[in-house]
Design a protein around this ligand. Structure first.
Ligand SMILES: Cc1cc2nc3c(=O)[nH]c(=O)nc-3n(C[C@H](O)[C@H](O)[C@H](O)COP(=O)(O)OP(=O)(O)OC[C@H]3O[C@@H](n4cnc5c(N)ncnc54)[C@H](O)[C@@H]3O)c2cc1C
Length: 481
């Protein structure tokens, strides 16, 4: 007889394969044969439930059922099934939402994890992608055709939640601000289970929501249609490491350069543990890293673009610098996963803030970060100046600086301290915060915090749209725990 842990292991291993239909006799007639239904009565329910969330910290929310489809065509039937059973639907593409939005008590989790197709049309410079396609897979498919897209900074981030929430992509500023602004259309299934195509001219209200409504989008996206741009001739990266107490000053300089318009350059700051700090020190010594990445036609162009930064006297105060060197897009993305240091593995939580006071806000961030538990915790600071927001997008909040706080740890016993620190650090930033990023917001703040991810106008429009398009609240929508 197979024991429970072995059975769980086998279920987890099999969870990745497509043809996992239940025998016809065990299957409710309402679901297509190509879909897999897992109910709480199934012995592998817990394995599947845990697999809906990418990271090691799993919320204890218990769905009424999990349905994995292997074809977009099956989604209308799953919606009909949910309606007949009176179940809400929570959609999962890659399960990367850091607060586990795809798991809701008593709802049906619709797992789109197998919809990861990609079709590049080099002639029109467009690409059709399934919602579970990884950032890395998209970047590789495009680069073979000499094309590029503002994919996420981490290789494994899938398109579904990333694009719906806005999407801070590589070379974001040069490439239009947010990745969702590159969405040209989508195939969706609405709350009534009707498949439809959404674009600027077909259901323009849903098209608007597609570009930034995050998990408030009232539909299931089964395919995105995206425009692309030319792959840059070279990508170069340089690194400048400063003491943590220089963070405010560095931010002021970078914000000024971003505002002046440093061409072809993504200006990213990281606050992180000093790699040289002695193991076991808690919290570890921390540093401030400035990491400009240039996307240019040639190495010379990249070098020239960076001149105002490299020649600035503040750069002399760096503890050390790695001069700019060529990197591939692939290497940029893989850099955020490192098994040796367990970076990209383990338990994660996140919160974020927009601010229009880069120097003061980053100074406050550095101060609160110095007390963050766990060595792998880090902050990402991005500069968006001037903020560029199109009218036809629900993504409606942007300011000169964005700060993400990522708690990253291994030991479950630290959970309480991490949660406390996230709340304390949020309070420390209140005076500087204009709002948050819907994909990376501490959901414990409830509705007011979710609302603060949008402009007041966009929030009203989105609330009206959801009431109109999903009057019965079929979609579980925003997570606010
Ligand atoms: C390691 C890591 C790196 C990251 N890097 C970046 C980054 O560089 N830039 C950035 O902007 N963000 C980044 N993020 C955040 C990321 O954008 C969000 O976590 C996003 O939700 C991930 O998408 P997902 O499809 O995996 O979400 P899921 O967890 O699968 O879904 C979250 C919610 O989004 C909605 N949703 C997802 N797919 C669909 C769909 N097809 N149709 C309808 N609704 C859907 C649902 O409401 C769902 O509950 C990162 C996250 C992680 C874990």
């Amino acid at each position: 007889m197979i024991d429970l842990s072995r059975r769980r292991f086998l279920s987890a291993a099999l969870a990745g394969s497509a043809g996992l239909a239940l025998p016809a006799a065990a299957r409710p007639e309402t679901l297509p044969a190509t879909a897999r239904l897992v109910t709480p009565a199934a012995p592998d329910y817990e394995t599947w439930r845990r697999a809906m969330v990418w990271q090691a910290r799993k919320p204890d929310r218990m769905p009424a059922a999990i349905v994995r489809v292997s074809r977009a065509e099956d989604v209308p039937d799953v919606m009909a099934h949910a309606r007949r059973r009176g179940l809400q639907v929570a959609v999962k593409s890659g399960g990367h939402h850091l607060w586990g939005a795809a798991l809701r008590d008593d709802a049906l989790t619709l797992d789109l994890g197998l919809l990861s197709d990609v079709k590049v049309d080099a002639r029109t410079g467009t690409v059709a992608v399934g919602p579970a396609l990884w950032s890395r897979e998209l970047a590789l498919a495009l680069s073979r055709e000499g094309l590029a897209f503002p994919v996420a900074h981490c290789a494994t981030v899938p398109m579904g939640g990333y694009l719906l929430g806005g999407g801070f992509g590589v070379n974001g500023d040069e490439w239009g601000g947010m990745a969702c602004f590159w969405i040209e259309g989508a195939d969706i299934v609405d709350a009534n289970g009707r498949a439809r195509h959404v674009s600027r001219t077909e259901d323009p209200d849903l098209f608007w929501a597609l570009r930034g409504a995050g998990n408030g989008f009232p539909g299931v996206v089964t395919r995105f249609f995206l425009r692309t741009g030319p792959l840059p001739g070279v990508i170069t990266e340089s690194v400048h490491v400063f003491p943590l107490d220089h963070a405010g000053e560095v931010a002021a300089l970078v914000a000024q350069l971003a505002s002046d318009g440093l061409p072809n350059t993504e200006l990213m700051m990281l606050l992180a543990a000093d790699p040289g700090a002695a193991a076991g020190t808690e919290p570890p010594e921390r540093i401030c890293v400035l990491r400009p990445v240039c996307f240019a036609a040639s190495t010379k162009e990249a070098h020239d673009s960076l001149a105002p930064l490299s020649g600035h006297p503040l750069m002399q105060e760096a503890l050390f610098s790695i001069p700019h060197r060529e990197v591939s897009m692939d290497r940029l993305q893989l850099g955020s996963i490192d098994y040796a240091t367990q970076f990209g593995y383990g338990r994660y939580l996140v919160d974020s803030d927009w601010s229009d006071a880069p120097e003061a806000a980053v100074r406050a961030l550095a101060q609160t970060f110095s007390a963050a538990p766990a060595r792998n915790s880090h902050c990402v600071v991005l500069f968006k100046n001037p903020p560029r927001l199109p009218e036809d997008a629900a993504c409606s909040l942007m300011a000169p600086v964005w700060m993400g706080r990522y708690a990253a740890w291994q030991d479950e016993a630290l959970d309480g301290r991490v949660l406390d620190w996230l709340a304390e650090s949020s309070r420390a930033l209140t005076d500087h915060s204009l709002g948050h990023y819907i994909n990376e917001v501490d959901v414990r703040g409830g509705k007011p915090r979710i609302q603060a991810c949008f402009s007041p106008r966009a929030w009203r429009r989105l609330s009206d749209l959801r009431a109109e398009r999903d009057p019965d609240g079929r979609f579980a929508g925003f997570l606010s725990a």
